[in-house]
Design a protein around this ligand. Structure first.
Ligand SMILES: [Zn+2]
Length: 172
């Protein structure tokens, strides 16, 4: 349940934020006027949600979504320390301030204490790697020894879907 906010614009803002994945909320906050020093308050804070609304108004819904998809893709690669120069460069062009991005991501995560709901559109955000996939080189699959059954040590060699860039590639 969303926290009760006093501001009259709260209800539309809550609906707007519920339609955004956490990645999209982070992109919106990054583009907003939210100060880097903003101290998060766990009681309802109308200004905080308004910054998300401001970021969406500035970039537009489509741009927010595209940047968020790339951000999600970047984090997926980054977590495994597989970033290439190309991927790093494009990410840095999109988000020049790593400090502000970290702040925006952590505040976006905290936003679920205000708006925990997410619409199907928010949950369907695609994860996109902006550049050639460092694991499969863009083929979407690679040759490897795949464990078929752990208990019996049954493995087979062959092509399998790339787990890094393919949405249905298994362990995310
Ligand atoms: Zn791949």
């Amino acid at each position: 349940m969303p926290a009760t906010l006093d501001a009259p614009q709260a209800a539309p803002v809550i609906a707007l934020v519920a339609d955004l994945s956490l990645w999209e909320r982070a992109v919106a906050l990054y583009a907003s006027d939210m100060p880097n020093t903003y101290g998060y308050q766990d009681r309802g804070d109308a200004a905080f949600l308004d910054w998300i609304g401001q970021g969406v108004a500035r970039l537009g819904r489509d741009e927010i979504r595209e940047r968020a998809s790339y951000l999600a893709g970047y984090r997926r690669v980054w977590l495994r320390k597989l970033e290439t120069r190309e991927i790093k460069r494009r990410h840095a062009r999109r988000f020049p301030s790593a400090r502000r991005l970290n702040m925006a991501e952590s505040r976006a995560s905290a936003s679920i204490s205000f708006v925990a709901e997410s619409t199907p559109a928010a949950r369907d955000l695609p994860t996109v790697i902006d550049g050639q996939c460092p694991k499969c080189g863009g083929a979407g699959k690679f040759w490897a020894t795949w464990v078929i059954d752990d208990a019996s040590d049954w493995c087979e060699e062959g092509f399998g879907p790339c787990w890094l860039c393919q949405p249905e590639g298994g362990a995310a």
